[in-house]
Design a protein around this ligand. Structure first.
Ligand code: DPM
Length: 378
């Protein structure tokens, strides 16, 4: 046990003692809040380190008038930050996991995924519609979202409503909602609203039966240089075992479908029957006790929601004991490096994502996504 503690914990950051760790972030208010949260958690784990936050503007922050899905550039919010990592100007970068592509450029890795907050989508209503739900809004009410995933699913369930693009950061969108009469409601990630302190504006949370969420939604990720072992160790204390396994499955699903922001792909995952204890301290390399089952529901939609494929599968993610001490260095699963989380479980999670994607592909998912992509590009 003492060995394990040493292995997992105190080697962390030892070589970095008293150094300044430079943290890159986008400058939007949400990005700053997310970065501050992560830095605070790192500071609690590593009181001897000093953290400095460096704000940067990304292409995604400059193009505010075009729908995300139309821009087509996957690393819109990440490229400038990765350049700074590569040039050694910063040591780590904080992102919303859902904005990170399933394949990172060579030389980078996700060194930590924090405990996921709500992954669900939420509806914020115009002041004059407060108290209503999507079901009780008048017919032909206009809902703002530029997420193809949200629009496709909601068009299907609420054919009486209309959907229009809305872009800009969260502040801009809420302003557009409140100060004009263009939208009756907008749909946003509950996690982003909560982080901004706007939880009180949430009028309705969409359950996965109403709207499956985006891959990685609600989880924060720390991106680092893949070869920077000291920084990797230092940030790895933030890995949350449950979140990591769920997000590996989700990202593997998306990657195998060759999905992204420009096609309606959606998921929901749960991890059942595992002992919280084993995952609560993931930096201790404990095997998963019990027989944890990971469930993944994955779906693809046509842009108007009229066509859809949706499947659920399950996988046992118990850590195979014979692999207990197997070398785990330099292994990434869909861009994530998590040496302190049972490797067998990570492999099983990745396999689950692949298998759900395969099942959907065998039922014609490629055709649905290709048509969606063409229509969206047109
Ligand atoms: C991605 C999408 C959106 C963001 C597409 C989707 C929403 C775009 C839009 C991949 N990234 O979800 O289907 O509504 O125009 C984004 C948000 C957060 C991270 C804001 C949001 C905060 C929540 C989180 C934008 N990226 O989705 O409301 O950390 O998951």
């Amino acid at each position: 046990m003492a060995d394990m503690l040493l292995k997992g914990q105190d080697k962390n950051g030892n070589g970095l003692k008293n150094q300044t760790i430079r943290v890159g972030t986008r400058k939007s208010q949400l990005a700053r809040i997310q970065t501050d949260n992560v830095v605070q958690m790192l500071q609690n784990h590593h009181p001897h380190l000093h953290f400095e936050i460096i704000g940067m503007t990304t292409t995604g922050d400059k193009i505010l008038d075009t729908a995300l899905s139309k821009i087509g550039e996957k690393s819109l919010f990440t490229k400038e930050l990765e350049n700074a990592l590569e040039r050694n100007e910063v040591d780590l970068v904080v992102h919303s996991l859902k904005d990170l592509p399933t394949s990172l450029p060579p030389g980078f890795t996700i060194g930590a995924i924090c405990k996921r907050e709500s992954p669900h989508d939420a509806v914020v209503f115009h002041p004059k519609h407060v108290g209503k739900t999507l079901t009780s809004l008048p017919e032909k009410s206009v809902i703002g979202t530029s997420s193809l995933r949200r629009a496709a699913q909601l068009k299907r369930t609420f054919p009486q409503l209309e959907f229009k693009d809305i872009r800009g950061n969260l502040n801009t969108r809420l302003k557009k909602l409140d100060e004009k009469d263009d939208f009756s409601a907008i749909v946003l990630a509950a996690a982003g609203l909560r982080r901004m302190g706007w939880e009180n504006r949430i009028g309705q949370i969409l359950s996965p039966t109403e709207c499956l969420y985006a891959v990685g939604q609600g989880a924060l990720a720390v991106e680092v240089r893949a070869r920077d072992q000291e920084i990797l160790e230092m940030v790895s204390v933030l890995h949350d075992g449950e979140t990591v396994l769920r997000c590996i499955a989700e990202r593997a699903f998306m990657k195998h479908l060759e999905g992204g922001c420009s096609v309606p792909v959606a998921v929901s995952t749960t991890l059942k029957d595992f002992q919280r204890l084993a995952l609560a301290s993931p930096h201790l390399s404990l095997p998963l006790l019990g027989s944890p089952q990971l469930y993944l529901t994955g779906a693809v939609y046509s842009l108007d929601g009229s066509e859809s494929l949706r499947e659920t599968m399950q996988m046992n993610v118990k850590f195979p004991l014979e692999n207990e001490d197997g070398p785990n260095d330099d292994i990434q699963h869909v861009g994530i490096t998590a040496k302190n989380i049972p490797h067998g479980a990570q492999k099983a999670a990745e396999k689950l994502g692949l298998e759900v994607a395969e099942l959907l592909l065998s039922k014609g998912a490629k055709q649905i996504l290709n048509v969606a992509r063409q229509l969206n590009d047109a």
